[in-house]
Design a protein around this ligand. Structure first.
Ligand SMILES: Cc1cc2nc3c(=O)[nH]c(=O)nc-3n(C[C@H](O)[C@H](O)[C@H](O)COP(=O)(O)OP(=O)(O)OC[C@H]3O[C@@H](n4cnc5c(N)ncnc54)[C@H](O)[C@@H]3O)c2cc1C
Length: 417
């Protein structure tokens, strides 16, 4: 069923009787050519591109809960491609280009809004680092602008400029960055994949792998055994647990909790995304008016989808020092998601040593913006057994070879990336 303005008007005039469920609820078949574990953004996007771009059929996405119940529906919705390093920048810009055409491509309103992402700087050294990043972005053909304090004041005059402990010295702006309605991304990819014959099977937890002579032949699930020619794992925060079932116990990933916060609806005040440079705090405003904000991970390993008060306090302190007026807004909701923090802060899209088993993960707290490119590149790998050009660096062996893509320069400390 194609969605269009015409369809909306027709249904409005005929009692809304012609709408169909956006995707089917099929029973699992005995066997598929390709099984994707994880019905988050990345798993669904992979299935969509496998069917649409690579002409693959007999694909299933297995989701232990409901699609969109993981990080794809829990993040703070920011998209950007303002990276410094060569291993990352082309990949995230590929993703940004896919976001720009996504709604037309999968015929679903995901509210892609390129309202700009502004990273504030508060010291001369930070400004120099942003200048370097802005230049690296431009060398990769990506939009970037360096603003001085007056330029920032013109855009967001309500910030704390004058009596701040860390005065705002300027900012790095990516005008094409912005926000996207996160759960609509899961729904749009699910619907697009389903329309192309992909079985999306919810309430189907993968509980084990069947591996014979070094080759994966299928997965054990809460709904029985499902045979598979190839298996792609895209379970984000559950990566360690799921890969351990396949005997891969030393994944270069740790799971950490990250929290998000939303206030009551307010009149439009924040034009784009703003990140504070003197603490860990970032904020945007949703189309419903809520201020959506967050900060650092909680700093301990966890598989819980909720966080603790010390980070709540830390995030709120960051907000108060950046824009004191936020103290008058009432917090409506907060929650946590499980982050797959890799050792260098960059992701992995690669084959494993088990024939037919492929891995996608290590997205840290930046994987939402990567969803389209991650899906495309993982589909490319699954379909052709070769890495996509923009994802060539995202291999397991970079940790063994010392070829880290350490955007933050933090070393092998996942809690700091
Ligand atoms: C609070 C918060 C804020 C964030 N903000 C941003 C942001 O602003 N911008 C950004 O780019 N990124 C952000 N992120 C990160 C981003 O959300 C994640 O990196 C990304 O969503 C992870 O990929 P995914 O969508 O596939 O994961 P998920 O949606 O978590 O999908 C994984 C799925 O696997 C399923 N699964 C797990 N185990 C099994 C099993 N055994 N069998 C079957 N299914 C299984 C899970 O139920 C889940 O649905 C944020 C994350 C959080 C939590």
């Amino acid at each position: 069923m194609h969605y269009s303005g015409f369809k909306v008007i027709k249904e409005a005039l005929t009692g809304h009787k012609g709408w169909k469920p956006a995707w089917r609820d099929p029973e699992p078949q005995d066997r598929y050519d390709i099984v994707i574990i994880g019905g988050g953004g990345h798993g669904l996007a992979t299935a969509y591109y496998l069917a649409k771009e690579f002409g693959k059929a007999r694909i299933a996405v297995l989701e232990k809960g409901w699609i969109g119940g993981g990080n794809v529906g829990r993040n703070t919705t920011i998209i950007r491609s303002n990276y410094l390093l060569d291993g990352n920048e082309p990949f995230y810009e590929f993703s940004m280009k896919l976001w720009e055409g996504l709604e037309q491509d999968f015929n679903f309103n995901a509210m892609v809004s390129q309202r700009g992402v502004l990273n504030l700087c508060h010291t001369d050294a930070q400004r120099d680092a942003y200048r370097r990043r802005a230049n690296a972005m431009r060398l990769n053909g990506v939009d970037s602008e360096l603003l001085d304090a007056e330029g920032v004041r013109k855009m967001v005059p309500f910030l704390n400029f004058d009596s701040a402990r860390f005065p705002i010295k300027g900012g790095l702006l990516q005008p094409r960055g912005g926000t996207v309605r996160h759960d609509a991304v899961a729904w749009g990819y699910a619907r697009g994949a389903d329309m192309r014959g992909v079985d999306i099977i919810q309430n189907c937890e993968v509980t084990g792998f069947r591996i014979e002579n070094g080759k994966v032949t299928g997965v054990e699930t809460s709904r029985g055994f499902i045979g598979a020619g190839k298996v792609g794992c895209a379970v984000a925060g559950s990566s360690g647990r799921v890969m351990a079932m396949a005997g891969i116990n030393r994944l270069p990933i740790e799971s950490h909790v990250l929290q998000a916060f939303v206030t009551e609806g307010l009149k439009p005040v924040i034009p784009g995304v703003i990140t504070y440079g003197a603490g860990h705090f970032y904020v945007s405003q949703s189309d419903k008016g809520g201020l959506v904000f967050g900060g650092d991970i909680d700093g301990y390993n966890s598989y819980a989808q909720r966080g603790n008060l010390p980070v709540v306090e830390d995030v709120c302190e960051g907000g108060m020092s950046l824009m004191p007026m936020i103290g008058r807004a009432r917090l409506l909701r907060m929650w946590g998601g499980i982050m797959d923090m890799s050792m260098d802060g960059s992701p992995i899209i690669d084959r494993t040593d088990t024939d037919g088993l492929y891995f996608n993960g290590g997205w840290c707290y930046g994987g939402f913006k990567a969803t389209p490119a991650s899906g495309w590149c993982f589909a490319h790998l699954l379909a052709t057994d070769t890495p996509h050009d923009t994802a060539k660096a995202y291999r397991f062996d970079r940790f063994r070879k010392g070829l880290m893509i350490d955007e933050k320069g933090m070393g092998a400390q996942p809690n700091l990336h």
